[in-house]
Design a protein around this ligand. Structure first.
Ligand code: FAD
Length: 403
């Protein structure tokens, strides 16, 4: 398939990774991104297990480690900010609530985007409106009205992918995790911990505060509740929703809500897994969150996106038979995706208690889980296995950068 024309939709972690590898294998790659320019924002994401290996193979692992947020571990705290349980990276290693490679989403996406754009053509401010497939290829009509033919189309548009809804209509059976969360950052203050702090209170409400090296404190804040379409609201309404949920709370909440009003780096989601029986239809294939979003709770969403991009490109580089390549990609990735999506719902309820009794039980459980003998067991329960699959080897990368 090398030398063939491939369109990638979405210029975030998954889209840039697949573009990077496809271009190196000699495919002619165009990336179309809906946003008017490259999207830098977002908060901390983890890169774990096989995704670290992919970055190593791209020669980007050291650069990624240099962008590490500096987070030393995770503390569960109460309203007086007393530590109930500590999971330090130095005690439990990479497979704890804090990954060895914690990095800002924008830094991770840009780290791959910069070398990828030397090899691929990027078009911002446009998106796919229609795809018509025939034996010779896929005719893509863009929202701008332009048309172009491609041999293959890779959809890496994230959890809410419109092209997935267009071409796989009715196939996604989302699994809602009953969590609605906002992500943003606020100014750091003297005395802020180098550990992430996890705070829960009654009403299914919780907050994670994560330190950064950028003078910012990164906030995840939200509530355990049935989804009610909040992801479709505009940003002002989403911010208002969070303010109303936490209006009367203590701890760090007043400072967080003040920062929320001022932030322009705001991401909001109703946690829902994307579950599809297939990831390809004809010449169109899905990857990253568009194919299998495991949600931020899994700790492996970004790792899956990186691994998926590598495997998809590698399988396409091996053969001219694209249906066989798509099938092989799915065979390799499915077990990792299933692992990433396997977070048990009762565990979520336990971690986001509604009642005083539930909160008391959670705090008791965390005190136990933080004991040296139980820390690793808790981490195993809490985390998905980021080394679930053996990473295949693919052909040696050859193609030079495009002019
Ligand atoms: C701005 C931003 C901030 C984020 N912040 C966080 C965070 O704080 N915490 C967290 O856990 N996860 C966050 N995420 C999600 C996280 O990046 C993903 O869960 C994970 O890295 C997998 O990445 P992905 O490339 O599959 O999807 P995403 O990172 O969601 O990227 C999808 C890309 O496709 C683009 N796109 C969407 N629709 C179209 C379309 N129709 N045509 C063309 N392009 C399209 C989007 O603009 C985006 O660039 C954020 C994503 C974005 C885009």
């Amino acid at each position: 398939m090398t030398n063939k024309q491939v369109l990638v939709a979405g210029a975030s972690v998954a889209g840039n990774t697949v573009a990077w590898w496809l271009a190196r294998y000699g495919f002619a790659v165009t990336v179309v991104e809906r946003a008017a320019s490259f999207r830098d924002g977002g908060q901390n994401v983890d890169v774990r297990g096989v995704a670290r290996q992919v970055l190593r193979r791209m020669g980007l692992e050291q650069a990624a480690l240099a962008l590490h947020t500096g987070e030393r571990g995770t503390d569960w705290v109460d309203e007086r900010d007393q530590v109930l349980a500590r999971f330090a990276v130095e005690d439990i290693g990479a497979e704890g609530p804090t990954a060895e490679l914690e990095i800002m989403r924008g830094d991770m996406a840009r780290l791959i985007y910069e070398p990828a754009r030397a090899h691929a053509t990027y078009r911002f401010g446009d998106s796919i409106a229609a795809v018509a497939q025939d034996a010779a290829g896929a005719l893509v009509t863009f929202a701008s009205g332009q048309q172009a033919r491609y041999d293959l189309v890779v959809v890496a548009e994230g959890v809410g992918s419109a092209t997935r809804e267009l071409l796989f209509a009715g196939e996604n059976r989302p699994r809602y995790l009953d969590l609605t969360l906002a992500f943003f950052d606020i100014p750091q203050q003297a005395g802020d911990s180098e550990f992430a702090r996890q705070y829960n209170t009654v009403g299914g409400r919780g907050v994670t505060l994560k330190p950064g090296r950028d003078g910012r404190l990164h906030v995840y804040i939200g509530v355990h509740k049935r989804a009610a379409g909040e992801n479709k609201w505009d940003e002002a309404r989403q911010k208002q929703f969070i303010c109303e949920q936490f209006a009367h709370d203590g701890w760090e909440i007043p400072r967080i809500l003040e920062g929320l009003a001022a932030t322009d780096n705001f991401y909001f989601d109703v946690f829902r897994q994307v579950r599809l029986p297939r990831w390809a239809t004809g010449r169109v294939v899905l990857t990253g969150d568009a194919a299998w979003c495991p949600t931020g709770l899994s700790g492996v969403g970004t790792s899956l996106a990186i691994a998926g991009g590598y495997v998809l490109a590698g399988e396409l580089a091996k053969t001219d038979d694209y249906p066989a390549a798509f099938a092989a990609y799915e065979r390799v990735m499915r077990p990792f995706v299933q692992e990433g999506q396997s977070f048990p719902k009762p565990f979520i309820r336990l971690l986001w208690p509604h009642t005083r009794l539930g909160l008391w039980l959670l705090r008791g459980a965390m005190r136990l889980a933080g004991r040296p003998t139980l820390r690793k067991l808790f981490a195993k329960l809490y985390l998905r296995d980021s080394n679930k699959i053996a990473l295949p080897d693919y052909p040696v990368v050859t193609a030079p950068p495009r002019a």
